[in-house]
Design a protein around this ligand. Structure first.
Ligand code: 13P
Ligand code: SF4
Length: 331
C-alpha cells in the first residue's frame, strides 16, 4: 500500500509500519519534540517500551493510568507507544481524535488468545453470566463485555458485582485465577495467557532467591500461580514500581517485562533490580516482542506522517465504549 506525500513516498510496510529513509544524523529527540508541539500531539507510553521511548513520552504509565490519561487529554493527536489494544482503547474513548501507533503489528498474545468468534461461542454457554474483560483484549471483545478491568483495579471491579453474580473473566486465566483467590469468587475463566509472564522458571527463581536472600521477589499477576506464590508483592506495573520505592529492601527480583526496570532504577538509583529468569535462557523472553516493535525511528516517521492510524467502526466504538466508561467511573 503506497501513500504519496508529493515530496517523499512512504510505504506502509507489510509488517504494519510506515517506512521511509530519514536523513543521516537527524536528531530524533529534537524532531519528535518539534513535531509533537507543531501538531498538538501527546505521546503516551507504557512501562514496557524501550527506555529512550519512555523518556520522550509525555506520560508513562500502566494500562489503567494510560486509559485515564487518554480520557483527559486535550491533544489533537494521540501517539500510543505501546501495543494495539491500548491504542484502540484510546480511540474508543476519543473517537474524534486521531490515534496513531508506530507499528500496527504491535499486538498482544493475550488479545490474540481470544478471537471474537470463539469467545462468542464460549459466552453462549453461560447465558446468565456477566463478562469482565481484562483491558488486554481486542475492541471486538470489548463489545461483548459488561465491564473492562486492568491489573490495577481488577479486585475493585470484581467486587463491584454482588457476591452471587455469575461472572466470566477473560482473556487472562492467570490474572483470573489470582483474582478468584483474592475475592473468593469462582469466575469462569477464558484460557488465555501472556507469552512473557508465562515463561518464568520457578526453579531458576528459587535458585536466584537462594543466591540473593536479601532480595524481595515481586511479580505481575499475569504470572502463573507457582511464580506468584514465591512473591512478596504482586501487582500491576504501577504497583510494582510503587512497592520498590516504599520497601526497605535494597534488592528485588522482578517478574514482569524488563522495560519497567528503567523506571525502577530512575526512582531508586541505589537499589538493585534483577530480572526474573525465564525457562529458556537463549531467548529474550523477559522482553515483550510486541512492545519492543516500537522504536524512536518508527515513532518519528509515525508522527511526521500521522500514520499508521488506528481506526474502528462507529458500531464497535459505540459498543466498546460502555464497558470502558464503566471501568473509568469506578477507578
Ligand atoms: P499493566 O501495566 O496494567 O500492569 O499491564 C501489564 C501488561 O501486560 C500490559 O500489556
Ligand atoms: Fe501482551 Fe504480555 Fe506483551 Fe503485555 S507483555 S502486551 S500482556 S504479550
Amino acid at each position: 500500500m503506497k501513500f504519496d506525500f508529493s515530496e517523499i513516498t512512504v510505504m506502509l510496510d507489510k509488517d504494519g509500519f510506515i517506512d521511509e529513509a530519514i536523513p543521516k544524523g537527524l536528531n530524533l529527540v529534537e524532531e519528535i519534540n518539534r513535531l509533537k508541539k507543531e501538531k498538538n500531539a501527546v505521546i503516551l507510553g507504557h512501562y514496557y517500551i524501550e527506555a529512550e521511548l519512555q523518556d520522550i513520552s509525555d506520560f508513562v504509565g500502566d494500562s489503567l493510568a494510560l486509559a485515564q490519561e487518554a480520557a483527559r487529554t486535550e491533544a489533537d493527536i494521540i501517539v500510543f507507544v505501546g501495543v494495539h489494544f491500548m491504542a484502540e482503547t484510546a480511540k474508543i474513548i476519543n473517537p474524534s481524535k486521531k490515534v496513531i501507533l508506530p507499528d500496527l503489528k504491535a499486538g498482544c498474545s493475550l488479545a490474540e488468545s481470544a478471537p471474537i468468534d470463539e469467545f462468542r461461542k464460549f459466552k453462549a454457554n453461560y447465558p446468565h453470566h456477566k463478562v469482565i474483560s481484562y483491558i488486554n483484549c481486542t475492541a471486538d471483545l470489548k463489545t461483548e463485555t459488561d465491564i473492562v478491568c486492568t491489573s490495577s483495579n481488577a479486585v475493585e471491579i470484581v467486587n463491584s458485582f454482588p457476591k452471587d453474580e455469575k461472572l466470566i473473566f477473560g482473556p487472562d486465566k492467570n490474572l483470573g485465577n489470582y483474582i478468584n483467590s483474592l475475592t473468593g469468587r469462582n469466575m469462569v475463566l477464558w484460557n488465555g495467557a501472556c507469552m512473557v509472564h508465562e515463561e518464568y522458571s520457578v526453579e531458576k527463581i528459587v535458585d536466584l532467591m537462594d543466591a540473593h536472600p536479601d532480595a524481595e521477589m515481586i511479580a505481575h499477576p499475569e504470572c502463573e500461580t507457582p511464580v506468584l506464590l514465591l512473591a512478596k508483592h504482586i501487582g500491576s506495573t504501577a504497583s510494582l514500581l510503587k512497592y520498590v520505592q516504599v520497601s526497605d529492601a535494597q534488592k528485588f527480583i522482578v517478574a514482569t517485562e524488563s522495560g519497567i526496570l528503567h523506571q525502577m532504577k530512575k526512582a531508586c538509583p541505589g537499589k538493585i533490580f534483577i530480572p526474573a529468569p525465564s525457562n529458556d535462557s537463549t531467548c529474550a523472553c523477559n522482553d515483550c516482542s510486541y512492545m519492543k516493535l516500537n522504536s524512536m525511528r518508527k515513532l518519528y516517521i509515525c508522527l511526521k506522517n500521522e500514520l499508521p492510524e488506528v481506526s474502528l467502526s462507529d458500531e464497535v466504538i459505540e459498543k466498546a465504549k460502555l464497558p470502558i466508561e464503566r471501568m473509568l467511573a469506578i477507578s
